[in-house]
Design a protein around this ligand. Structure first.
Ligand code: GRF
Length: 203
């Protein structure tokens, strides 16, 4: 299975996926990294790992459709089967989400459906929640709303700042994302209608 990872920034989740995919038993290959930002730090991580990179800069396109046509062109040229969004900060259209339905996943730093959207850590601290976490989910037409594949929880501790909470969640993101990707690639979890179904082997 050929996987593309789409990023906009530092790419620490990309790195976690690269490291997981480097294991001999990993059932897929990261064949392309695409960034919509030319200066994304994650591009360097990909290059270091010998993975081809593409910059598809949203700013040079007149419409979202043109931007996505360029994304699709890069994905098709590289014969990509499966897409992981990892800190990719562009909203994809319903058309794109439908085209890639069941083969397009995202990681979000909250326990969805709570705290979708932006500035998640700040909002969680302000709300005073005591449990936080992260979610890997299929991407559907609505932002941060597709069927959930996996979640991990962490405590919010007294004295936490946005930074300390984000770091605690990020550590779990780096474990959860490769785990969920592997489940899907091994067909131990898959999308059926609006739900994710699992093999008996998945605890
Ligand atoms: C992560 O917190 C991810 O959950 C969110 O954006 C951040 C990306 O971080 N979608 P990185 O670029 O993977 O380090």
């Amino acid at each position: 299975t050929k996987i593309a990872v789409l990023i906009s920034g530092r790419g620490s989740n990309l790195q976690a996926l690269i490291d997981a995919a480097a294991q001999p038993d990993f059932p897929g290959e990261i064949a392309l990294v695409i960034s919509n930002r030319p200066k994304a730090g994650g591009l360097e991580r990909a290059t270091k790992a010998g993975i081809p990179i593409e910059v598809v800069d949203h700013k040079v396109f007149e419409s979202r459709d043109d931007f996505e046509a360029a994304l699709n062109h890069a994905l098709k040229t590289a014969k990509i089967d499966f897409i992981c969004l990892a800190g990719f900060m562009r909203v994809l259209t319903a058309g794109f989400a439908n085209d890639w339905r069941g083969r397009l996943i995202n990681i979000h730093p909250s326990l969805l459906p709570s705290f979708e959207g932006l500035h998640v850590h700040e909002r969680m601290i302000q709300a005073g929640v005591k449990i936080a976490g992260c979610t890997v989910h299929f991407v559907s037409a609505d932002v941060d709303a597709g069927p959930i594949i996996g979640q991990a929880a962490v405590p919010v501790l007294p004295g936490d700042t946005e930074e300390t909470l984000a770091a605690r969640i990020l550590e779990q993101e780096h474990k959860l994302y490769p785990t969920c990707l592997k489940l899907l690639l091994e067909n131990k979890a898959r999308l059926l209608g609006a739900n994710v179904i699992y093999d008996d082997s998945v605890a």
